[in-house]
Write a protein that binds this ligand. Structure first.
Ligand code: NDP
Ligand code: OXD
Length: 306
C-alpha cells in the first residue's frame, strides 16, 4: 500500500515516521509533483495539482476537523474524504471556550487591570442566569463544548442544521429557529463548519439580535464573521467583547483593527490543535478499516460541505 503526505504546515518527518510505524509494510512518502499514484493521502490544504495528479486515490484523510479548504478542490472521483473525528481536539476546544466564557463572566480582565494599577477592588458578582451561552454547531466539537459549558451551570443553548438532543442543552434547529436561538443568547460560540450557508453568518443583523452586552467567541473559521460588523457593534456598545481564534487571513495581518481593539482578545488559531500521535493512530486505523472494506466514521459529504 502506498500513502502520500501533502501538507504545507508541520514538519513532515515526524508524520511520515509515525505513519510508517503505524502502517508497517506500507510505502509512506511526502508528495512531490510527478510522484507515483498512491492508495491513500494524508493532507492539509493541498494544491489542486495534488488531486489532479492523484486522481486514483481511495481515501483522503484531512489532518484537521474542518474540510473547507478540501471541498473547494476538484476531488478524486472515487475517494472517500475523512475528517479528524475529535482525535484530542474536543477536550481542547471545551477548555478553550470555557476559559473564554469564564474570563468574560467573572470579569477577570478587569480584575487584572485593577491589580496592574495596584488596586484591590471587588466587583458585584454577576448572575449566571443573565449569561446564556449559545453554541452554533453541535457536532463533534460543539456538543462537547455545550456539555462543558452546561457543567458550569450557565443556561446553555445549541443550534444545528438537524435537531439534536443533548442533556442540559436547549437545542434549536434549522433556519426557522435561528432567530429565537440568537435572541435567547448572550455569549455566542461559533463551531460551525465553513460552507456557503454559514459564511458571514455572524453579521450586523445576526449579532444585533443577541441580548444586549453580547459576547462573541469564534473558534471555527474567520469567514463566519463579518469583521467590520463586529467592530461597529462593539463600538456602539451592543456587544461587550469578543474572543477570536480564527481570521479571514491567517496570520492576522499587521495593522488589522482586531490586534489593538480593547474589547477583542486574539489568539493565533490555537483553540484545538491537531495532536500528531492521536491523529496518526486514528488515520492509520481508518486506512486499515477501509482496506478491509469496513465503514469508517468521519466521512464528509462534499456536496454538503462538511
Ligand atoms: P462537525 O461536522 O462534527 O459538526 C458541525 C455542526 O455544525 C453540526 O452540528 C452541523 O449540524 C452544524 N451545521 C452545519 N451546517 C449548518 C447550518 N447551515 N446551520 C446550522 N448548523 C449547521 O464539525 P466539528 O464539530 O468537528 O468542527 C466544527 C468546526 O470547527 C470545523 O469545521 C472547523 O472549521 C472548526 N475547527 C476549528 C479549530 C480551531 O483550532 N480553531 C480546530 C478544529 C475545528 P448537523 O448536526 O445537523 O449536521
Ligand atoms: C481544524 C483546525 O479544522 O485546526 O482542525 O482548524
Amino acid at each position: 500500500m502506498r500513502i502520500t503526505f501533502c501538507s504545507p504546515g508541520p514538519k513532515p518527518e515526524p508524520w511520515l515516521a509515525g505513519l510508517r510505524a503505524a502502517l508497517p509494510g506500507s510505502v509512506v512518502e511526502k508528495w512531490q509533483p510527478g510522484a507515483p499514484q498512491a492508495d491513500h493521502a494524508v493532507v492539509w490544504a493541498p494544491p489542486q495539482q495534488f488531486f489532479d495528479e492523484q486522481a486514483g486515490l481511495k481515501g483522503v484523510f484531512n489532518m484537521g476537523a474542518g474540510v473547507d479548504a478540501l471541498v473547494k478542490c476538484r476531488l478524486p472521483p472515487h475517494a472517500v474524504v475523512v475528517r479528524l473525528d475529535d482525535a484530542g481536539m474536543a477536550v481542547q476546544m471545551a477548555e478553550f471556550v470555557c476559559h473564554a466564557v469564564i474570563r468574560h463572566f467573572r470579569e477577570l480582565d478587569a480584575y487584572e487591570a485593577d491589580i496592574a494599577r495596584g488596586e484591590w477592588t471587588y466587583r458585584k458578582p454577576l448572575a449566571r442566569a443573565d449569561f446564556p451561552v449559545g453554541v452554533m454547531g453541535l457536532g463533534v466539537l460543539g456538543e462537547r463544548v455545550a456539555k462543558a459549558v452546561a457543567q458550569f451551570e450557565f443556561p446553555t443553548l445549541g443550534w444545528s442544521r438537524t435537531r439534536r438532543r443533548i442533556e442540559g442543552v436547549r437545542c434549536f434547529a434549522g433556519p426557522e429557529q435561528f432567530e429565537e436561538f440568537l435572541a435567547s443568547t448572550r455569549i455566542l460560540v461559533c463551531l460551525l463548519p465553513l460552507t456557503p450557508e454559514t459564511q458571514d453568518i455572524m453579521n450586523a443583523r445576526t449579532l444585533g439580535r443577541l441580548r444586549p452586552g453580547g459576547y462573541v467567541i469564534n473558534v471555527a473559521r474567520g469567514a463566519h464573521l463579518v469583521d467590520e460588523d463586529l467592530i461597529a457593534l462593539l463600538d456602539s456598545g451592543h456587544l461587550a467583547g469578543a474572543a477570536l481564534d480564527v481570521f479571514r487571513t491567517e496570520p492576522l495581518p499587521a495593522g488589522h483593527p482586531f490586534w489593538q481593539h480593547p474589547k477583542i482578545a486574539v489568539t493565533p488559531h490555537t483553540s484545538a490543535r491537531t495532536l500528531r500521535e492521536e491523529s496518526i493512530a486514528q488515520i492509520a486505523g481508518k486506512i486499515l478499516a477501509l482496506e478491509r472494506g469496513e465503514p469508517v466514521a468521519g466521512v464528509i459529504d462534499p456536496k454538503r460541505g462538511y
